[in-house]
Design a protein around this ligand. Structure first.
Ligand code: SF4
Length: 78
């Protein structure tokens, strides 16, 4: 799945919410989160994010890999 990372914090542009065809992006406190089990890997959210906060989980820079777990944890235990 795609994941939202730290660049979204306190930005929450929300353009991705309109772009996502399966509505799997949710608004949290200071950032937005992608539900990892609902994301269909279309990549549209990545193209519209004005701060480049969204990346495919398998293409994350090392310093952002923690965000895979942050996004999943937002939706609770599996
Ligand atoms: Fe939604 Fe597609 Fe982004 Fe996944 S990759 S969160 S399905 S817009």
């Amino acid at each position: 799945p795609f994941v939202i990372t730290d660049a979204c914090i306190d930005v929450k542009d929300r353009g991705c919410l309109d772009a996502c065809p399966v509505d799997c992006i949710y608004e949290g406190g200071r950032t937005l989160y992608i539900h990892p089990d609902e994301c269909i890997d279309c990549g549209l959210c990545e193209t519209v994010c004005p701060v480049a906060a969204i990346h495919a989980d398998d293409r994350l820079p090392e310093e952002l890999t923690m965000w895979v777990e942050v996004n999943r944890a937002y939706f609770g235990p599996e």
